[in-house]
Design a protein around this ligand. Structure first.
Ligand code: AMP
Length: 417
């Protein structure tokens, strides 16, 4: 049965906590952005304050085996600084039993990168390129078998399990899901996970209406499942960014060199038809900022979105469309934003995305619930300085996207079941 971190008695207990310390490092192995470490600190401090000890586990990067480049020892100093206590290190996450057993209340042990072992992800490594299907199947079965021992060893270190790694909640890995079975009465979410789950529920289960979803980004293909799931939830669907040109072309528009996926035009039309059937109002941009090259020194113009001249491509949402979207956003009580509505990485084409961030901040101030999650919209609000002016900014790109698709995330299901 699921327990809750706020009411759990950690006194004298050892807690094994899965965090997402997959932080970016520079060439000197210095942390360039410690957001992910800071995000897990409240949970870690809660265990220590309650008289427990900590065994912290995480992955870092995508190592193919033991690789010093991806060692979590690079982050010991920062974790220690943020926690305010020394952090011990286990050089091998599978040989840490003695160190774990010796932990006293208030002490902290960080395990080496879980992905040094193929068993963490449960995927075979080092398969020959010409491996037959049989060989692949056998290798997969072998790693799944040895994964059981791997999980059991990790579980043997602790009395309770906390998952606070939302960024990997969509993966059914050893440390994110399988380990929970060893703690049927002592498993719980950390504060970060609780926050993310509440945010997801606020839009998918308990949304106040009118509910508007703004879905942008580059490709329809990567957002198709989100769009489909949203049709059952929202009153308004704003579709922006590169993916909108597939919708425009599918409706007979001229899109010049704009990004598009011809094979998804039928899906785009189907989404529009379903929206109509369900009474969902779709707001596609009717005015587009175009450029004659995908670069900061391109020539720029603003045109009717259905009539982009040859040699030009749509790079941002036009001011007239933004004005219309603003009314929709400010008239909503719940707003979900996933994906930029223009090529925001280039300042000249960032206006639409900036405007959406501003609109969300204003709507939040007026009492709407606003969630920014999945994809580059998170980077956009953060870069533009609006992260604190919306209700919630998700920390997990892929995990949030899958949640918005309506999928049950293995990391969440493992705790709840
Ligand atoms: P996603 O990861 O799917 O949310 O897509 C984000 C990317 O979409 C960003 O890198 C944006 O630059 C890109 N994008 C947004 N609008 C456009 C556009 N009109 N043309 C090309 N790329 C775009």
């Amino acid at each position: 049965m699921q327990k809750f971190i706020d009411s759990y008695d950690f006194a004298g207990k050892k807690a094994i906590v899965r965090v997402d310390f997959n932080v970016p490092l520079n060439e000197q192995f210095e942390i360039t952005d410690d957001t992910r470490i800071r995000a897990a600190i409240p949970t870690l401090k809660k265990v220590l304050a309650g008289g427990g000890s900590l065994i912290i586990m995480s992955h870092l990067g995508r190592p193919k085996g033991v690789d010093a480049k991806f060692s979590l020892k690079h982050i010991i100093g920062r974790v220690s600084e943020l926690l305010g206590v020394p952090v011990q290190f286990a050089e091998d996450c599978q040989k840490a039993k003695a160190q774990a057993d010796a932990l006293k209340p208030g002490e902290v042990l960080l395990l080496e990168n879980l992905r040094f072992y193929a068993e963490e992800e449960g995927k075979p490594r080092g398969l020959k390129e010409d491996a037959t299907d049989e060989e692949k199947k056998a290798a997969k079965a072998a790693v799944k078998e040895s994964q059981k021992e791997f999980v059991k060893t990790l579980a043997s270190y602790a009395d309770c399990y906390i998952n606070d790694a939302f960024g990997t909640a969509h993966r059914a890995h050893a440390s994110t899901a399988l380990i929970a079975d060893y703690f049927p009465e002592d498993k719980m979410f950390g504060y970060l996970m609780e926050g993310e789950i509440k945010a997801i529920d606020n839009v998918l289960k308990n949304a106040k209406h009118p509910f508007t979803a703004i879905i942008g980004g580059s490709k329809v293909s990567s957002k198709l499942a989100v769009l489909e799931n949203m049709l059952d939830k929202v009153d308004n669907l704003i579709i922006g960014g590169g993916m909108s040109y597939t919708f425009i072309k599918a409706q007979g528009g001229k899109i010049g060199n704009s990004l598009h996926e011809d094979d998804l035009m039928p899906n785009a039309l189907e989404i529009l038809a379903k929206a109509k059937e369900k009474g969902v109002k779709v707001w596609l941009s009717f005015q587009t900022v175009i450029a004659d090259a995908f670069s900061a020194d391109a020539n720029v113009d603003t045109v009717d979105a259905m009539n982009i001249p040859d040699g030009w491509e749509g790079v941002d949402t036009g001011a007239e469309s933004l004005k219309q979207w603003k009314d929709v956003i400010l008239g909503s009580k719940t707003i979900l934003w996933n994906g930029p509505v223009g090529v925001f990485e280039i300042d000249k084409f960032a206006n639409g995305t900036l405007e959406i961030a501003r609109d969300l901040a204003e709507a939040t101030e007026k009492g709407a619930y606003t969630l920014v999650g999945g994809g580059d919209s998170v980077a956009a609000v953060t870069r533009m300085g609006f992260a604190k002016k919306v209700s919630y900014v998700s920390t997990g790109g892929g995990a949030m996207l899958e949640a918005l698709e309506g999928k049950e995330l293995p990391g969440i299901a493992a705790i709840r079941k």
